[in-house]
Design a protein around this ligand. Structure first.
Ligand code: GDP
Ligand code: ZN
Length: 364
């Protein structure tokens, strides 16, 4: 092979970019390129076998034994949305590229290992509906889940056909979830579907989050539109060499964006299943970022998202007590730091919110 063959071929680059292969990923990929690997995105992941989208089409592959062996936990293995380095001739995936974020659920069970449901998600469409589901607390939890996963949330209030004055209801929600944008939709009128589609720019990847019954499947169908028929089934070979067909979970939208539609994301109580203490802390941390006050002690302050979750029976108060102790320890350590350290920490805390604001400003 010549040096030219080893690099991402120019004619492939636009297709890879459209799939979300950013210049940063291409840079990270250079080392794998040099070893003759090709970049691909995981469209569906099953035990041991993967459906991939590459610059030249769809294919299936297996996970290299070495990758299995080196993985510290299941979260190191490829999931839908991941970018991987694969050997096109052998059909073997050798490495997972760094994730820009991942929608992660604290797994139930003994390990307490987080379970990564979808990787490299840019936009989280947090869906609620105008009837039974309009629960601000729950909305806050899904927003925290989106933030923790590195995805920009867009709040989608579906079933607008069921109310006379959706605008008034939206205003109330807007004040709670700001700076996340809020859209009203109806799949029956239809209403707001174009706006929803526009919130997933070309080359970006979205997921729909929300409890069952709010209309996620209906919205998925509306977004995919006529492309629905074209959503392909993928043939996968399992470890015993048998063939199975399965529906692709990373789906192209007509506007050039991508939608991850996985059964895992449809589980209603998406993140109330935390078992491991570590995992719970991650979740409480994410919740705490939603508290009205930056320095909330989660102890009677107004607008406290952590206490709201306790009230809703979503997290165990004993865990929160342990978390409060940890916070107190962190605080007393912090008090020993110099003023400069404190300023830097504060800036980090604000950075997420500012990034969000910049992001929305840049989209106007
Ligand atoms: P999912 O569980 O979140 O995927 O929700 P589904 O898409 O299965 O929808 C649940 C129910 O709500 C179904 O009976 C849909 O027909 C209904 N539904 C979905 N979108 C709308 C809407 O915009 N307005 C009304 N009135 N019903 C809707
Ligand atoms: Zn709080």
């Amino acid at each position: 092979m010549t040096q030219l063959d080893l690099q991402i071929q120019d004619q492939h680059r636009p297709r890879l970019r459209a799939l979300g292969f950013t210049p940063a990923r291409e840079q990270e990929f250079a080392a794998y390129s040099a070893a003759g690997r090709e970049p691909a995105r995981v469209a569906v992941a099953h035990r041991g076998s993967l459906g991939l989208i590459t610059a030249s089409g769809e294919t299936s592959a297996v996970i290299a034994g070495r990758l299995h062996h080196d993985a510290d936990s299941a979260s190191d293995l490829p999931v839908v949305g991941d970018w991987v380095a694969f050997d096109a001739h052998g059909g073997v995936v050798h490495a997972v590229l760094a994730r820009t974020g991942a929608i992660t659920r604290a797994a139930a069970g003994e390990s307490g290992d987080p379970q990564v449901l979808a990787a490299n998600v840019d936009v989280a469409l947090v869906v609620t509906s105008f009837n039974h589901d309009l629960n601000v607390r729950r909305l806050e939890r899904f927003l925290a889940l989106a933030h923790a996963g590195g995805a920009m949330p867009v709040v989608v209030v579906n079933k607008a056909d069921l109310v006379d004055d959706p605008a008034a209801a939206l205003d109330a929600i807007r004040s709670v979830v700001s700076p996340a944008p809020v859209l009203a939709t109806s799949t029956v009128l239809p209403l707001g579907i174009d706006e929803l589609a526009a919130s997933v720019p070309a080359g970006e990847t979205a997921v729909l989050l929300g409890t069952s019954g709010v209309g996620k499947s209906s919205l998925t169908n509306a977004l995919i539109g006529e492309a629905r028929q074209a959503v392909s089934e993928i043939r996968l070979d399992d470890s015993r060499g048998r063939h199975t067909t399965t529906r692709r979970e990373l789906v192209a939208l007509p506007g050039g964006g991508w939608l991850i539609d996985t059964p895992g994301l449809r589980v209603p109580r998406l993140w109330a299943e935390a078992d491991g203490v570590e995992a719970t802390f991650v979740i409480i941390d994410a919740l705490a970022s939603q508290c009205r006050f930056n320095d909330c002690a989660h102890d009677g302050e107004p607008g406290c998202a952590v206490e709201a979750a306790i009230d809703a029976g979503e997290i165990d108060p004993a865990r929160v007590e342990a978390y409060r102790k940890l916070l107190a320890e962190r605080r007393s350590m912090a008090e020993r730091e110099d003023a400069r350290g404190r300023a830097a920490r504060k800036a980090r805390g604000r950075a997420g919110v500012q990034a969000l604001r910049r992001y929305y400003a840049s989209r106007d």
